[in-house]
Design a protein around this ligand. Structure first.
Ligand code: SIN
Ligand code: MN
Length: 214
């Protein structure tokens, strides 16, 4: 129960924030699924950027493995193992999320999930999700610590942007004219997670996407 209910907000055309969309039971289920997916082979790791630096965010992928800046069916920048499959129930959750946020959207069949883990110091710079061929919406589900999610414009990393607080259970969808908007996570708010969902610290974010690839 929220003391002050947060309203659903359209941050920009096609970008919708639905606070508290996931029930505590769903949050628990997703946290324990993320723990399983994080195990090797093809488990959680920090990708290396072209400049040689490691990302502070750690990632495990389902369906297609992402590394800067492409997708592969195997973990080419790690242990070489086949990427884990994206379970049907997670794709279905993505469809329900899209129906909730954008009832007029067409059919949706996500075949990529990127699971990002943020420890207390992790952040993600402003970027576009541009390695997919499909321009279907991106579905984002947040678990654990709160964060500041910066949602910007489609032109560049700078202003105008809007800072949105994403909390555990929140849904954020960006599609249509906002599909190529720059976005990032300038900081998390450590120790705001509710241990009842099965994680006492850190933040998880799951993004679902359509690859448009065979
Ligand atoms: C991402 O942009 O891939 C992740 C966004 C988030 O962690 O909320
Ligand atoms: Mn992104």
């Amino acid at each position: 129960m929220e003391l002050f209910p947060r309203p659903r907000t359209e941050i920009a055309p096609g970008a919708v924030h639905v606070p508290g969309w996931l029930s505590p039971q769903w949050q628990q289920r997703l946290v324990s699924a993320c723990r399983e997916w994080a195990r090797p082979p093809a488990g959680l790791r920090a990708a290396r950027l072209p400049n040689g630096a490691r990302m502070s965010v750690q990632t495990v992928c389902l369906g297609w493995h992402w590394y800067p800046y492409r997708y592969s069916k195997t973990v080419d920048d790690g242990d070489g193992a086949p990427v884990k499959p994206l379970p049907g129930w997670l794709a279905e959750l993505g469809r329900q999320a899209l129906a909730e946020a954008c009832p007029v959207a067409g059919p949706y069949d996500p075949d990529i999930a990127l699971v990002n883990f943020y420890d207390a110091g992790a952040r993600m710079g402003m970027h576009q999700d541009r390695d997919e061929l499909s321009r279907a919406p991106v579905i984002s589900l947040s678990l654990g610590d709160e964060c500041v999610f910066r949602f910007g414009n489609t032109e560049n990393r700078k202003q105008p942007y809007t800072d949105v607080e994403l909390r555990s259970g929140d849904l954020f969808v960006f599609g249509g004219p906002s599909r190529m908007a720059y976005h990032g996570v300038p900081r998390t708010l450590p120790w705001t997670a509710d241990p009842a969902i099965g994680m006492s610290s850190g933040r998880l974010n799951i993004t679902l996407r359509e690859s448009g690839m065979d």
